[in-house]
Design a protein. Structure first.
Length: 644
């Protein structure tokens, strides 16, 4: 007979959550079940982390994405009872039922959505993610004060306020709660309590900030106007693309927009008859407004973010939209507020997404119309709606993966929208050289129409925008690529040693575009991160690369004529994409890994001088040229998200 130990652990754990937020009620699949990766949990829920049990071993450091729900209510000074998701009474239901009144469901929802978001990033990136690693060398390192984050703490009821934010110093994400306004608050009651932790969009948005900070530790330095805007745009993209996995809502939207998913308004449930809309009746009412609520058009839930929060704060609409800006190449020069500036990039990505959606579904419409279907349908037939839904979901997942993978193809410092466009094009080209459906062309066109120009590209074409391939660089000897779970501590030590030895050998440091002596003491360069990535090629074969960050830092005076005013850290660097040696290569070459891309942004030369002037001017505009607190150069998400 088999024993309990013979029973394999489940792969996933079903947990209930809101697809949008409580204000959507039970309609259209708003109450959904997420199949999150199974983890051993303590009440909280808290991921039971074996890393702490093996600290003396030093051979394994596998669990990089641990989270803990800490339900401390800062305003009331109390801890809420932690939910035990392994309680049989909860397990048999697939999790607690969605409700605003039970803090235990709040704990369950943030755990489920955070874990689901992590899973999707790991699938897209081809590796396990980890939270911020802040070890830096030297007094110039601004980010060191936050420390390493081994477990991300999630606070569902951290404070009273219209805010939620990721905080490296708090090692986690803090969600606020507040009372709705007394005026027109949409589907909320005036004065009701609104919990930001129950907004699927807000939870995904904040988790994305933590993910990006773990991947690119220097992206939180305020070096140019795009930095804050990029964080907001990327987090909004992650949340918006999740909408297209909500099958019931997606299909309903397709049916009520005639397949045009990008429309702001949905067709009303009730269409007035000619008799209802007679001229006499209109005159009697004084207008032609709807008589009943079923005649009112509704907003498209797929392209809006945080509807409950926006309505509760009297905005009379959702917080932000996927198509918030019309194509305008001048806006990028004048719009500086991070959310509005970020909406330019969000609109560019979704412009391309909807363009490909229309292209990919054109044949379905041709078949439908050839069979006698209405050229401008009000109601889309169910089989056609199903096919359109499948295509929209597949494309949304593909676009999210393209956007996520592009993080690995960005320079390690001073991110701009133009850099990100180049990263998107390169990442997609690197994995899919044949752009059969025109995704890259659609992205280039939509970014171009919004004035986002990649600096350093000779023309607006795929070949010019993609980062150039590296040639003539010495191979790196002795790299360990591990497995998809990550590198062990021993492997990390070996890889770090191999990379540093390579940089110090011969002309390699200069060949990668760095200036100075790599052996000088104290050294002004560091390797903040390196990680292997495992992805599937179009032919089904496994592809293994290593992504490496190298960062060089100089202290630059705010005023060259008056050094007493102090200095700021000016950074350059390069991201290396290194290919694992193939098994069929000669044995002598199997220990040699070749560098395929060097994605750089350096301190020296014409480019470095121009960047220094630009960054100095930006810091002056922000009023950051006084004081000795190095943390002033860091993004403060609490301030950025004031009012979200």
């Amino acid at each position: 007979m088999s024993s309990e130990t013979d029973i394999e652990k489940p792969v996933t754990r079903p947990l209930k959550a809101y697809a949008f937020d409580p204000s959507a009620g039970k309609l259209l699949g708003n109450e959904m079940t997420l199949q999150v990766p199974y983890q051993e949990l303590d009440p909280g829920p808290v991921v039971r982390d074996p890393w702490y049990e093996k600290m003396q071993d030093l051979e394994i450091e596998r669990l990089n994405n641990a989270i803990a729900i800490v339900d401390y209510d800062g305003a009331n000074g109390t801890y809420y009872k932690p939910v035990n998701l392994d309680d049989p009474r909860i397990l048999i239901r697939g999790g607690l039922e969605p409700t605003e009144s039970d803090p235990r469901f709040h704990q369950q929802m943030v755990y489920a959505v955070v874990t689901d978001t992590i899973k999707h990033f790991e699938t897209a990136l081809g590796r396990r993610i980890h939270w911020r690693r802040a070890e830096r060398k030297g007094p110039q390192d601004v980010g060191a004060s936050a420390g390493n984050i081994w477990t991300l703490n999630i606070y569902p009821h951290a404070f009273i306020g219209r805010n939620a934010f990721y905080s490296p110093k708090a090692h986690g994400i803090l969600f606020g709660y507040f009372r709705a306004d007394e005026g027109d608050v949409g589907r909320n009651l005036p004065g009701q309590t609104v919990f930001t932790c129950l907004s699927h969009d807000i939870v995904v948005h904040e988790t994305t900030h933590a993910v990006v900070d773990g991947i690119r530790g220097y992206f939180t330095e305020r070096t140019n106007p795009d930095v804050l805007a990029f964080h907001e745009a990327f987090a909004d993209l992650a949340a918006l693309f999740r909408h297209f996995t909500h099958k019931e809502v997606l299909r309903d939207t397709i049916e009520r927009t005639g397949g045009a998913l990008y429309r702001y308004q949905l067709r009303p449930d009730a269409t007035p008859t000619p008799e209802d809309q007679s001229a006499a009746e209109k005159r009697a009412r004084g207008d032609d407004s709807p008589v009943i609520t079923a005649e009112m058009s509704q907003r498209n839930p797929l392209i809006e973010l945080a509807a409950q929060f926006g309505e509760a704060t009297s905005k009379q609409k959702a917080l932000r939209s996927a198509l918030g800006t019309k194509p305008n190449s001048d806006a990028i020069k004048t719009v500086m507020e991070p959310h509005f500036r970020g909406s330019i990039m969000v609109a560019a990505v979704f412009d391309a997404f909807f363009a490909i959606y229309l292209k990919r579904t054109a044949d379905l419409w041709k078949i439908y119309r050839a069979g006698g279907g209405n050229p401008n349908p009000v109601d889309v037939p169910a089989p056609l709606a199903d096919r359109l839904s499948d295509e929209a979901t597949r494309l949304a997942e593909m676009f999210f993966q393209i956007c996520a993978r592009a993080l690995d193809y960005c320079p390690p410092v001073d991110i701009t929208f133009g850099d990100y466009l180049r990263a998107i094009i390169t990442a997609d080209f690197d994995l899919h050289p044949r752009d059969e459906i025109g995704v890259r062309n659609a992205l280039m066109d939509s970014f171009r129409l919004r004035g986002i120009v990649p600096q350093g590209a000779s023309s607006f074409s795929e070949g010019a925008i993609a980062w150039p391939r590296a040639h003539g660089l010495s191979p790196i000897v002795g790299l360990e690529f591990g497995d998809p779970n990550g590198l062990t501590s021993a492997q990390k030590k070996k890889v770090g040693t191999a990379l540093r030895e390579h940089l110090r050998k011969g002309n390699n440091f200069a060949a990668l575009g760095f200036a100075g002596n790599p052996n000088a003491q104290p050294q002004d360069w560091d390797i903040p991160s390196f990680h292997p990535v495992f992805r599937i090629n179009p032919d089904g074969s496994l592809r293994t690369d290593m992504v490496v960050e190298i960062v060089q830092t100089q202290q630059v005076p705010f005023d060259e004529k008056n050094p007493a005013l102090g200095t700021f850290p000016m950074r350059g660097g390069a991201t290396l994409i290194i290919q694992k040696p193939l098994a069929h290569e000669p044995e002598a070459a199997r220990d040699e890994a070749h560098i395929r891309y060097v994605i750089s942004k350096h301190l020296h030369g014409t480019e470095g001088k121009a960047r220094t002037r630009r960054q100095r001017r930006h810091l002056e505009q922000l009023g950051l040229t006084e004081g000795n607190d190095a943390s002033r150069f860091q993004v403060n998400f609490a301030m950025v998200h004031g009012g979200l």
